[in-house]
Design a protein around this ligand. Structure first.
Ligand code: HPA
Length: 244
């Protein structure tokens, strides 16, 4: 497969960069130039979702340009790394999740390539929002690397950039969500529109609001992500043969 890794918060320096390409999109500027990286014995593409350095907030990311440049580059599989909060109390900080479902609570984001009468109209099938084959490849990669991951979960995609209220998290839990982040949508739907097999490797940075009586601290989020992203790097490197 022609693999791309879209990296989230805390994942800028996971891989050796071989080369960089500025790819233009008719949807505007992507978050960053596209990098060619070495990942284990394989090569892959790498795109930092929030830019390099990390500056673009979740609602202002040009998701369409990002997916468009991957499509133009011949990518057919995307592993999207996401920092999330744990709603399910079993999802402790530092744990990894390969979610199988999502609920989209975002608004006002440019969320489709079918945007005008001039574009082809794609009512994509989205019952399973993440690619089954890429999820299975991630689970095999984790087994190869000897890293334990939660094999399913429902990702609530919130607008951000603020974190949620305790009542909002209670509502998301009642809706069936087990983790919460700000960037899986419209990314996953655009990838489906573009014909890319897309799955999320979610990294739990903190218990979501009100799940414990601890106040969420940004310093703590960055500390947890710093350690967990090393595991993400090892999973992708040791499991590169399963993914790329
Ligand atoms: N909520 C939403 N997004 C997040 C969180 C959270 O608690 N932690 C990391 N990304």
């Amino acid at each position: 497969m022609n693999l791309a890794v879209i990296a989230g918060t805390g994942a800028l320096d996971l891989f050796e960069v071989l080369d960089e390409f500025a790819v233009n999109s008719r949807y505007g500027s992507p978050s960053a130039p596209l990098s060619r990286i070495r990942i284990g014995e394989r090569h892959a593409w790498f795109l930092p979702r929030h830019g390099k350095p990390h500056a673009i907030p979740p609602h202002a990311i040009n998701y369409r340009a990002n997916i468009d440049i991957l499509r133009q580059s011949g990518v057919d599989r995307v592993v999207a790394v996401h920092a999330v909060g744990g709603i399910d109390p079993n999802l402790k900080p530092g744990s990894l999740v390969v979610p199988d479902q999502l609920i989209d609570y975002t608004w006002g984001r440019a969320h489709t390539f079918s945007d005008s009468a001039d574009d082809s109209l794609a009512h994509i099938e989205f019952a399973e929002p993440f690619s089954g084959s890429t999820r299975m490849a991630l689970l095999s990669a984790a087994r190869k690397a000897g890293i334990s991951v939660h094999q399913s979960g429902c990702y609530a995609v919130t607008q951000g950039p603020r974190l949620e209220t305790t009542a909002e998290i209670a509502r998301l839990a009642a809706d069936g969500c087990t983790l919460v982040g700000m960037t899986a949508m419209p990314e996953a739907a655009l990838a489906r529109e573009a014909g890319l097999d897309y799955a999320s490797l979610s990294v739990v940075a903190n218990p979501a609001a009100g799940v414990t009586d601890q106040v969420i601290s940004l310093e703590e989020i960055h500390r947890v992500l710093g350690a967990a992203m090393l595991e993400v790097g090892r999973l992708l490197r040791d499991g590169a043969g399963e993914l790329a």
